[in-house]
Each structure stands twice: as structure tokens, then as C-alpha cells.
Design a protein around this ligand. Sequence first.
Ligand code: PLP
Length: 222
Amino acid sequence: MAISETNYTNINAQLQPKGVTLVAVSKTKPAADIAALYALGQRDFGENYVQELTEKQPVLPADIRWHFIGHLQSNKVKYIAPFVYMIHGVDSLKLLQEINKQAAKNQRTIACLLQVHVAQEETKFGMDAVGLAALIEAYRSNKAQYANVLVKGIMGMASFTDDQQVVKSEFAAIRRLFTTAQASLNDTAFDTISMGMSGDYALAIEAGSTMVRIGSLLFGTR
Ligand SMILES: *Cc1c(COP(=O)(O)O)cnc(C)c1O
């Protein structure tokens, strides 16, 4: 399946005036498709699976910023720590500590987003407001121990539904969690709200998203 240059151009035209970053989600798609989008200027790519990412990374240009957007098990951090740019799914202190440890081993700093759960759908992943506040406080009060991670913001997903009101209110809830976390951290580096996918990115941007993760509109259905 070829990439859609038309969609890429249209999406960029919507994002660029607002300064929203596009992460092109390339999971399950071949390296050739990533190279094609790279040739159009795209540099941020998102992957969900550790093994797939570690296979693609060495065969693609070194200046790609790789975003890990899937669920990451602590014991797999070491495989992506040498090169990953940002990890979106941090939902426990244990995972943040392991990312810090593996980043230090590689003499790197890895950007992290804290994953929150606001959607109606049941999922094991993402923190509620209480869990988020606890993680933020543990990080804030002990920053010297986290010298190799940079906590940049929040990541979240809305429900898969055609009901725009539900999606809107969930994005608004993610934004409120971000604002609260930002106030308690008081850190200008904490500036990223990663929300919005192919089906709902326009609503996400209206709600204040600064980073969208778009796959199927660019690479075709999976
Ligand atoms: C797959 C995926 C996306 C992209 O989804 P599309 O609907 O194809 O745009 C975005 N975020 C996460 C976390 C994903 O797993």
C-alpha cells in the first residue's frame, strides 16, 4: 500500500499554523513506506512494538525521531534506549525509573510522556488523576534521581466512537490533567499534549493538542 502524499500535505497544512507536531504512526508498515514519507520531509515516526521498531530503526535514516507509542514493558526498555527519542506510554514510576536507568547506560536523555486514561473503554493502560498526581509528585520531589529522562507532558486517547461530544469531553479531560500536572511541576519543559489520531485529530487540536499520532490516513488501513 502506497503512502498518501495528498493526505500528508493536507494534514501538515492544518497542523503547521498551530505548531502541532505530527507523529506518523508506521506500525505494521514496511520500512519502504517510512522512507517514502521521510523523502517528503517527515522526521517523527511512531511505533507500537519493540521488536518491529528495533528491526526498522537500523535500516532507516539516523535522524528519524522515533516515538514509542505502545505499551512498554520495563524489561524491554533496554532494546530501544540506545536510539528512541520519546516514549509516550509511561504509566508507572517503575517504568520511568527503568527508562532513566537505561538512558543513563547509553549516556542519553529520553523524553517521556505520562499516559492517562479518560476514555470509557476498559483498558489496563494509563493512569487516572490520582495515579498521575502521585507519579508527578514522586518525580518532582526527587528530580536529581531522574537526570536521564525529560518528562515532557501527557499522552491520552479518546474512546473509539462516532459521538463527537464524548470525544470532545474526553480530550478536554486530558487537557485538564495536563494543566494540573503542569502547575504542580512548574517546569517549562512540560509542554506536550499528545492526543489525536486519524479519526479524531481535528477535535484534539481544537481541545489543545500539541502532538497528533496519525497512522492510517498516511499509510493506509492496517
Ligand atoms: C495505532 C495508533 C495510532 C494511530 O492510529 P490511526 O487511527 O491509524 O491514526 C495512534 N496512537 C496510538 C497509541 C496507536 O496505537
